[in-house]
Design a protein around this ligand. Sequence first.
Ligand code: IPE
Ligand code: IPE
Ligand code: MG
Length: 228
Amino acid sequence: MKKKIPTHIAIIMDGNGRWAQKRGLPRNFGHRKGAETLLKTVRYANKLGIKYLTVYAFSTENWKRPKEEVEYLMNLPFQFLERTNKEFKNENIKIKIIGTKNKLPEKLINKIIEVEKNTENNTGLNLIIAFNYGGKEEIVSAVKRLTQSNLEINEENLEKFLYTENIPNVDLLIRTSGEYRISNFLLWQTAYSELYFTDVLWPDFNKKCFDDALNEYNKRERRFGGLK
Ligand code: IPE
Ligand code: IPE
Ligand code: MG
């Protein structure tokens, strides 16, 4: 039987801190390793022909962490984007960052604009990085903009004001690190997603883990409230 490849996969990349602590290293080492894992995962997803990959890199709740860790996490995407800007352009990967921009360092905001522009005509994998992202915040902002428009208030129109406008809803949501929760990620877009949880800590996530998730997805029967 031919394998179904999900159109849109979302990943809650969790467990960086525990990965480092298990090795007696500072938590930030886990974040650095996690960024490498992201790079490999993006390339693999592109090779598999996945159209949309949305990854959770920093939540609106992560500001509660110690200042040193927040600073590190604010710097990491800058380095990631600087490194991948050229490489992803050549690999036909299109990058988009979703979340609230105004609290981010200016240097990062400028880098985001540069990379989104540089890769905008690419037609392969769409990599969507959720950074300073909160699902509730996204819905509130969409509701505000919808009520200011002349459009009728309905589901289809509300979706036009989400950060994921024109992006299909999530087919498969993966969370690493053995936590079984959504943590304010893509609340609207995962209304009918298949959920997959693994104990693997994000820095250890590899092709085999990705394949396992895809195999499990293939066993699921999606009914969307209907009958078989
Ligand atoms: C996920 O790893 C990355 C972010 C939330 C930024 P964590 O930093 O949450 O790692 P754990 O869950 O503490 O192990
Ligand atoms: C969710 O992980 C956010 C990201 C992976 C960026 P957290 O580690 O922040 O979530 P909780 O605190 O376990 O719910
Ligand atoms: Mg965590």
